[in-house]
Structure formats: C-alpha cells, structure tokens
Design a binder for this molecule. Structure first.
Ligand code: FRU
Length: 492
C-alpha cells in the first residue's frame, strides 16, 4: 500500500541524495532554506509548543518546481533554524499532484494544525488541462509528524482556489484564501469556524480593484497599528512597465478597515511590498510578544536561478521582518531585532567624502555582512553613489545605491554573469540623508531604505574568489555621513 509515510520516506531519501551534491558558494549562511532541492513559498509560520515553525513549498527530488511537499524548519528565535523531517507529501486523492501553500496554528487542545491546499491537475498531467483545488487540514501532537485529515473546504471548483491563512479572533477562527472569480477577478475569500473542523463561507472579503488582476495568491490579512492590511501576490494580465511589477508576479499590499462580519473597506491604494527582484508569497505571524513578523520567499519566476544548474538547491527565505504602518499608511519593514545577535564584529569607517569618480575598498573579504550607510544627498553632487557588494573579478559586483538621475535606490545585477541581470529601483524622495541598511548573504542582498519604508530584496550570485565590499561614485563628490560594517556569524 502507498501511504503518506511511504511518500515521506521516499522524499527524505531523494533529498538526502541531493544534499550530497549541495555546493556552498551561494547557499545562505543565515537565511532559512532547505537542505537540498527546490523551495518556494513560506508556509505555516507559527509559534507552537514554545518554538517557531516555518514550513515551505518544497520539491525534494530536484532543484526544479514539481509536485509540492511541505518542508519544515524550527527555531527558538526565527534566526537559528533546525531542519525537521519533511512534514507533508502529495499523493492522496485530494492532493494527488501537490500539497500547496497554507498556514499553521496551535489548537486550544495543544495539537498543531496545518491548513493547506490540496491540488490536482484536472487531466492528471499538467497545467493545460486546468486545476482543481480544495482546502485541507493535517494535525500533529508533537509538531513533527503530521496526519492528514482530508478536505475541510470544498468550494465551487474554481480554477484558482488556494493558500489558506487561518487566525483566531474574538472567539472565532477565520480563514482567508485566494480565488479567481468566474469573471476572472482576483479575490480573497473568507470562511469562519467555531472549532477549526467545520468551516462556513462568510464572504468575498476583498476583490482587487484592478481588473487585470485575475488571482490573488497567498493572501495574508492582519491588524496592524489600528488598521487592517492584506498582503498578497496579484497575478496580473498587465504587461510589465515602469519600475514596479517586473518580476512575473510581485508582492504587494492594501490597507483598509475591517471588522468581523463586515466587508474590508480599502483606504490605501495597492503598493509593492518589496521593490527587488526576488520577494514573493510573504506570510506573517504574531509573535508571543505581539510583533507582526513576516517572511517572504527569495525566489521568483524568471528562471533559471543560478543554483538550479548544479548546486543541488534553489530558493531561500528572506530575513524575518517586523512590520508597521507609518502615518501615510505605508508598510514599513525592518529586520527583526533578533537578527542583530548575528553581529560578530564591527568596523566603523566614520564620515568621509569620496571625490568624483573615486572607488574605495571597505573590505576585501566581505562574505556575509550588514552595512549601515548614510549618504548626505543634499551636499553630494554625484550622479551615483554605489555600494558594490559581492565584488569579485574587476568589474563584477552587485551595485546597490543611489541614482540621482532616476531619483531612486537601485539594485543592479548587470555586472554579474551567471543569472538574470535585471535592475530594480525603489522610490526615495532624494531629500536630506539617505540611510541604507544592506544585508549581504552568500547569494542574496536585502536593502532597507530609511526606516524601512521601502525594501529591495534580490538574489545575487558572486563569481569565484574573495568577495569585496566597495564604495564608488560617479561624476561628482559623495558625502558619506557614516558607514558601519558588521561582520555576521553564520546561523546554521
Ligand atoms: C505562489 C504559489 C501558491 C501555490 C504555490 C504552489 O508562489 O503559486 O499560490 O499554493 O505557489 O507551489
């Protein structure tokens, strides 16, 4: 007989084989990732039995997306992760072709519950024949071994109907997930339950006002600083243009008002949650000390990603970020304070001015670092002020910095060879001082602007050799108010 336990055992053994081939050159030193194989969305981000849990969409058989499993990590602090056994494998009637994205909660009786989408290709083969999706549940006593309990929300058999996020509020359990309406509009559906077993349709709580958006992937809905926020991945028919929306699918959010039993009333227009190349499908949790913390997938839809070829792994998670709203209802995000525990040693370069077209090496060996850079834009005449990270052979680097002509903060991978080389750019008003916090891992860079009012998250794959950190500027002086580099400790 073909049981879930057999499917998990096969997946573990395939992954162990692949793990023997994993190369470390771009494998994250302090970002959550699988030991081997493909990953995409974070799933089941939760705090259960005194530990954080992070599951992920996983194909343990190869570095390419395939029949989805749920991989599993746990952590005392959201920074130091431990690999756990694979939690869910596909193959039962309701999830024959994939255990797709979802969430986790601790039930009042102490069990850990996973909510996920059971996915089937209608023709049994693939995308062309369409999809059939239902919401399912699995339970666990020990947060390690999970038993599937089958379908909990059947739905009207829409083509896109997935990614349940469950939370508890005012005596009721709520579930939201994404759907594509029969008219082809992207919607968030809401169900409620008194006991996590019986679920009742409540309403379509949100429809993206953009008629080009035909599906809302991985919606997350939470109260933040007195407002309600829905983060999601709009799948759109619109063509790519301008600075945003260039990643195939992109992560964004809306802000509004909501009360149980009512519709969500949107009060702030859609905005990108991240302006980089690789951030999607973010999921949040409320920590025991009531911080709203989110983690996104650093991956994407412009393939291949460089490690897919011969590194034995592909895809990683972002640094966990604490979320707030500013007075204009912009989502601001900053690395959680636990991240600072990774700081090993600090180099303070003080304040200085770079002459026109100057280049300065800050560190000739900056494998994993965090850089705090403050540029006085009002006294700088430079067209560009660049922090060159992952700088290897002459001319090879990922450029992070201020572009005065564009009046934007950019991450430019155009100087690197082994991957998609696009440039991304985030808004900044260009006035006064530009503060950048740049987190550099072996295969990624995350750039937090100002107090976190905009972020760029991008994969970045340095070439061979030592990875230097440089500053450079173009045509005119750059006044650096402060520059501090923390060397970081690996978290694995
Ligand atoms: C988003 C997504 C989800 C789906 C999962 C499948 O990246 O498409 O909507 O559940 O990935 O792996």
């Amino acid at each position: 007989m073909n049981t879930h336990a057999d499917a998990l055992a096969r997946a573990e053994s395939a992954r162990a084989g692949l793990a023997a081939t994993v190369k470390s050159r771009w494998y994250p030193a302090f970002h959550a990732a699988a030991p081997a194989g493909w990953i995409n969305d974070p799933n089941g981000l939760s705090y259960v039995h005194g530990r954080y849990h992070l599951f992920y969409q996983h194909h343990p058989y190869s570095t390419v997306w395939g029949p989805m499993h749920w991989g599993h990590l746990s952590s005392p602090d959201l920074i130091h992760w431990r690999h756990e056994p694979i939690a869910l494998a596909p193959g039962d009637d309701e999830d024959e072709h994939g255990v797709w994205s979802g969430s986790a909660v601790e039930a009042p009786d102490g069990r850990m519950l996973l909510f996920y989408t059971g996915h089937r290709w209608r023709d049994g083969v693939g995308e062309e024949g369409g999809m059939s999706q239902v919401q399912c549940m699995a339970t666990s006593e020990d947060a390690t071994t999970f038993t599937k309990k089958g379908v909990i929300v059947q739905g009207p058999d829409l083509e896109h109907f997935r990614d349940p996020k469950v939370w508890w509020q005012d005596g009721t359990w709520y579930m939201v997930f994404g759907a594509s309406s029969p008219q082809g509009r992207g919607q968030v559906w809401m169900y409620t339950s008194p006991d996590l077993e019986e679920w009742t349709f409540d309403r379509v709580v949100f429809e993206d006002p953009d008629p080009d958006v035909f599906m809302v992937e991985c919606p997350d809905m939470f109260e933040l600083d007195g407002h309600w926020v829905i983060t999601y991945g709009p799948m759109t028919r619109a063509r790519r243009e301008g600075y945003g929306g260039r990643n195939g699918h992109n992560a964004g959010y809306v802000v509004g008002r909501w009360r149980p039993g009512e519709d969500f009333v949107q009060t702030r227009a859609y905005r990108h949650a991240d302006w980089g190349h690789n951030f999607y499908a973010a999921q949040s949790l409320l920590t025991p000390d009531h911080r709203r913390v989110t983690i996104g997938w650093l991956g994407g839809f412009i393939l291949p990603m460089a490690p897919q070829a011969e590194d034995g792994w592909a895809g990683q998670m972002s640094i966990p970020r604490e979320l707030h709203l500013d007075e204009d209802l912009n989502l601001v995000s900053t690395p959680i304070e636990e991240f600072e525990a990774l700081r090993l040693s600090t180099l303070d370069f003080g304040s200085f001015t770079l002459g026109a077209d100057e280049e300065r090496v800050l560190l000739d060996d900056a494998d994993i670092v965090e850089v705090l850079l403050s540029i006085d834009l009002s006294s700088s005449g430079a067209e560009q002020v660049n922090l060159l990270v992952h700088s290897t052979a002459p001319g090879c680097a990922t450029r992070v910095g201020w572009d005065d002509l564009m009046a934007r903060v950019v991450v430019d991978r155009g100087l690197h060879r082994p991957t998609d080389r696009g440039m991304r750019a985030a808004p900044f008003d260009g006035k006064g001082c530009l503060d950048l916090r740049v987190v550099v891992d072996r295969g990624s860079v995350e750039v937090f602007i100002g107090d976190g009012e905009a972020v760029l998250s991008s994969l970045s794959y340095p070439g061979e050799g030592r990875r230097a950190l440089r500053l450079s500027n173009v045509s005119g002086p750059a006044v650096i108010k402060s520059c501090v580099v923390h060397r970081l400790a690996p978290a694995w």
